[in-house]
Write a protein that binds this ligand. Structure first.
Ligand SMILES: Nc1ncnc2c1ncn2[C@@H]1O[C@H](COP(=O)(O)OP(=O)(O)O)[C@@H](O)[C@H]1O
Ligand SMILES: [Mg+2]
Length: 242
């Protein structure tokens, strides 16, 4: 995997800037969290990276290795090796689990073990059991797993995950976190936007804290406990609950 670098990224809606001057990197094999409270610009940042219709990007660069992705269409960005798991899962209720995986499958990348239906089913045994079910009948946790599995079928080198913990019970957040940790351990880079500290702890090697559209601080996962102030300010975790 190449180094993923976002530099000076500015983006917003209808002429109103929301994020400004975002700088972040994901080194090959790293798992990085973009942490912050609701409304701080996490989703806007990930959507800007993916080149989606909104927000409008007004400045900055997004590079994967030597390749500039800013200005490219989302399918080019996906083809460059960036997988995307949107906030709210965005699954298709009337497609089956197996159909979700089949319709997005992309060829393997040279030098990487391919994500095939069989390999994805190994990582997600619950989805394998439900292969023929319509996705609309899955639980929230299973739908999140399906959204992640779908991204893996594109054979990404780096996967962007937008609040995979959202709306899930703590026990299910742990299960989803275990799966993200497992795909990371297999060599896929991870950039995860989150406000759930347990998910950040489970997954990330390094954490950027996003505050009103700018990166306010960055720490390694090992340093998190020494920064109760940051956890309180950016994740609302009070003393004694960290
Ligand atoms: N489609 C949109 N149109 C206008 N404003 C938006 C839109 N999406 C998000 N915003 C605003 O941008 C800010 C950042 O939102 P978002 O990136 O969704 O934050 P987060 O993902 O950290 O919760 C918020 O003030 C939000 O109201
Ligand atoms: Mg969001």
């Amino acid at each position: 995997m190449s180094t993923f670098t976002v530099a000076g990224l500015a983006a917003g809606y209808q002429g109103h800037p929301v994020v400004d001057g975002i700088d972040l990197t994901v080194e090959p094999g790293e798992a990085v969290a973009l942490a912050g409270r609701n409304g701080m610009g996490k989703t806007t940042t990930l959507r800007a990276v993916m080149g989606l219709a909104e927000p409008a990007v007004s400045a900055g660069s997004v590079r994967f290795g030597d390749v500039e992705l800013h200005g490219k269409a989302p399918h080019h960005i996906a083809r460059a090796g960036i997988g995307y798991v949107p906030q709210g899962r965005r699954i298709f209720r009337s497609l089956t689990v197996a159909e979700h995986l089949a319709v997005v499958a992309r060829p393997a990348r040279a030098g990487y073990e391919p994500w095939t239906m069989d390999r994805v089913n190994e990582l997600f045994p619950r989805l394998a059991e439900r292969a023929g079910q319509f996705a609309g009948t899955l639980s929230g946790g299973e739908q999140q797993m399906l959204a992640i599995a779908r991204a893996l079928m594109t054979n990404p080198l780096l996967v962007l995950l937008d609040e995979p913990s959202e709306g899930l019970a703590p026990q299910i957040v742990r299960q989803v976190g275990d799966i993200i940790a497992a795909l990371h351990a297999s060599g896929v880079g991870v950039l995860i936007a989150e406000q759930d500290l347990s998910m950040v702890r489970r997954v990330a090697d390094r954490v950027y804290f996003l505050d009103r559209g700018t990166v306010a601080a960055q720490v390694t996962a090992a340093e998190l406990d020494a920064h109760a102030d940051l956890l309180e300010r950016h994740l609302g975790v009070g003393a004694g609950h960290a």
